[in-house]
Design a protein around this ligand. Sequence first.
Ligand code: ASP
Length: 314
Amino acid sequence: MHTNSHINPVIIASENGRAGAIAGMELLHRGGSAMDAAELAARVTEDDPEEHSVGFSGLPNLLGQVELDASLMNGRTLESGAVAGVQDYGNVISLARKVMEELPHVLLMGRGAERFAGEMGQKPADQRSFASLERWRKRFEETGVELTGEELRHLVTRLTVPMHLRDRVPHGTVNFLVRDSHGDLASAVSTSGLGWKYPGRVGDSPIIGAGNYCDNRYGAVACTGSGELAIRVSTARSLILYMKMGMDLAAAGQECLAEIEQLSPRPGQYMNIVAMTPDGQHAGFSTTAGKRYLYYTGEMAEPQMGERMTSEPV
Ligand code: ASP
């Protein structure tokens, strides 16, 4: 039951979420729910042909195929839906929502998710956009790796963790944390995952508790970066749990960064986190200096960038 309908709406996003946040905020101003705004914001990003880490024009796997992952969580009910490894359908955030609403499941993968997309009336399309294939071809050229033989496993490390191309590590994902004017929270994450991943690799984005978590009582959290790290220490749910146990937002985020650093990340691996409390405080965290996130509250004319906190020296 909603008692207060005059709460200031808020959208927190990863740096690439600007167009989605604007669309989401318009919906919130018209009285839309946090769930609808989070889904819409992610959809706008998925549909952007210039966005090469989310949706149709996403980063390909080792075989040049785009495999998409997404998840969505309702902070009021703790219901969630997710899909992983989806080829040939672009709006995976909406598919994740349908999993939540139409099935007694949380996560669908691969062929089953594609079948379900067809049942839900989504139209298949070729995700191997020209841009993706071009990037795939160039990647092999610039790293001097040849796609020959059966054993793709030897190529993964050379293509996904390039020491000498550290600033060009092929990541990308969009995060949206939303509070609506009733005070309800929702979170949405959509991605093509790690570029040049082994076919079938799934990161943190569709894993509730790792790359996405949301609970009206404590807050919302989502991640971008090397999903393997967030999976290993359940970053999104852990940050929420630290706040539940009494830490403030900054301390909870720092604890999550410390846990990630204790994993001894491989060269090129990193993690970014965005977080929001039920009263609208927000913060970004990163294992890499100089990273930013986006925040947009109901009274602001447009989204602004904030600096992400990095680990405090011990
Ligand atoms: N977290 C995503 C994944 O590991 C990728 C990214 O955010 O760059 O699939």
